[in-house]
Write a protein that binds this ligand. Structure first.
Ligand code: PA5
Length: 468
């Protein structure tokens, strides 16, 4: 439980990659000088309540409330469904993939909670197929609708479908017993509906944006419902908090991670590939992709100048993507920084069986563990990339468990804040997402946006002259 997640960065140094592609000692010193004051500043910002996400791992009251609610629901909840999108969904998916077994939904004997689904899309075929299946099981199904703003069209539409279905089949009691709303403590449409219809609520704390909210009720409730040990998850985050608060650059993995990413962005490597060599960590790379993209992709800096900054995060999965992306990663443009996630001890292992008599060439694999093959493949990829002078970082997990996942989440949240500090941008807004949301409202007939609709139509109507 006291094991530390560690960041390994030798393979970005000039010693490994040469002075052209690697970071020299002088450059590291300059990065340290630039980053250290930011660590101090962030520690102060936090004391002044400017970064409330940093205090989430200490919120015991929410943990108690969530556990109580989960106890009340568990005995009659066989299916738990999250409706949400972006920051209201990706953390839940990541926790589930990391900490529940791959066969969770199918394995009735071993599952520690209800079946678990997250719908972060409004594809009617996908959602409709689920509704067909769940229709006669509604009584034992709990829907957790998560929306900070309460006005996201996708989540609102899913909720309205469920609302109608529950009201029709189970009456008003169905809404009260089978829906939990996770939303802003005071404001928003979802909060209003919940008050009106006596739907139970969990709060998303003020000032915590969607992509920084996985350690709040947004991610914790679904986790508890499915038997994830949230006390240990939060303990891991608290442990990482003390490490990433260290004002000594060379002892602070978030500072080093942010600085290396910042350096490479400024040296032509504007793509950040996260590549876990563990299926369990696959969706943490997806969670990171949103955190990084929405926080760091900005048109203006804090001084108001137009900068159009932002590394492009890409997720890949080892070993799967070795057979899909590695050709490009090695021989394509040298414009990427790679972050591997590596696990020392897997939750279980399998031994490779003997080679068939006619296949002596495969005998070298026999009796090896799959984990050893997986980690060898990671080292092989790292080596191959080094040969082509491609920089790589590795986040080392002793094991994938609630503690290390809590550490990972906190490490990358603070890395994101520090990277934003280096780029001198605001990590916590997403103004560009808003226009898309409003345009969708306009196209769906929201009269508040009639003017916008008039502007959209000529630009989006298909022009047959350009159709082949
Ligand atoms: O990180 C964010 O702020 C966004 O991704 C939001 O989580 C997403 O747009 C959903 O918003 P809401 O929770 O208000 O429905």
């Amino acid at each position: 439980m006291s094991q530390k997640l560690r960041l390994y960065y030798k393979n970005v140094t000039a010693g490994r990659l040469g002075a052209e592609q690697g970071i020299t000692q002088e450059q590291f010193k300059a990065l340290a000088q630039q980053t250290e004051p930011l660590i101090g500043q962030f520690n102060n910002d936090r004391k002044e309540g400017k970064t409330p996400y940093r205090d989430l791992p200490y919120d015991r009251k929410t943990v108690q409330q969530i556990k109580l609610l989960s106890e009340q629901l568990k005995s009659r909840c066989n299916i738990f469904v999250i409706l949400g999108i972006g920051g209201s969904a990706l953390g839940n998916i990541a926790l589930h993939t990391a900490l529940n077994s791959y066969m969770y939904n199918l394995d009735d004997a071993r599952r520690a909670g209800p079946r678990f689904f997250v719908f972060d899309n409004i594809d009617p075929v996908q959602f409709g197929s689920f509704l067909d299946w769940v229709g006669d099981k509604l009584k034992g199904t709990v829907f957790n609708v998560i929306s900070k703003s309460g006005r996201t069209a996708e989540t609102a539409s899913q909720f309205m479908i469920i609302h109608q279905m529950l009201a029709k089949r189970l009456g008003p009691k169905g809404l009260q017993e089978n829906v939990i709303a996770t939303t802003d403590p005071q404001q928003g449409i979802l909060r209003r509906i919940a008050r009106q219809e006596n739907i139970r609520c969990l709060d998303i704390p003020d000032g915590v944006g969607g992509r920084f909210s996985v350690l709040s009720s947004v991610g914790l409730f679904g986790a508890v419902m499915c038997g994830i040990d949230i006390d240990t998850l939060l303990a891991g985050a608290r442990d990482m908090d003390s490490t990433v608060s260290d004002t000594d650059f060379f002892k602070n993995p978030a500072a080093i991670n942010a600085a290396i990413n910042y350096h490479y962005y400024n040296h032509g490597k504007r793509i950040s590939v996260m590549m876990p060599y563990s299926y369990a960590l696959k969706d943490l790379a997806d969670w990171y992709r949103q955190l990084w993209a929405e926080s760091l992709g900005k048109a203006n800096n804090l001084a108001g100048s137009e900068v159009h900054i932002g590394p492009t995060p890409v997720k890949a999965l080892g070993v799967t993507d070795q057979h899909s992306q590695l050709q490009l990663y090695r021989e394509g443009p040298n414009d990427k920084l790679f972050t591997f996630l590596q696990v020392s001890e897997f939750a279980r292992d399998l031994t490779i069986g003997p080679a068939p008599d006619c296949a002596g060439e495969l005998a070298f694999l026999a009796n090896n563990n799959l984990s050893s093959l997986l980690n060898s493949e990671k080292l092989a990829t790292e080596y191959a990339l080094l040969q082509d002078k491609r920089p790589t970082l590795t986040v080392l997990f002793d094991q994938v468990d609630a503690y290390s996942v809590g550490q990972f989440i906190y490490l990358f949240e603070v890395t994101t804040s520090l990277a934003a500090g280096l780029f001198r941008i605001n990590a916590y807004d997403q103004p560009a997402v808003e226009l898309g949301k409003q345009a969708a409202f306009a196209l769906m007939g929201n009269s508040e946006y009639n003017k916008l609709k008039e502007q959209i139509q000529p630009l989006t109507e298909l022009d047959e002259a350009f159709m082949v």
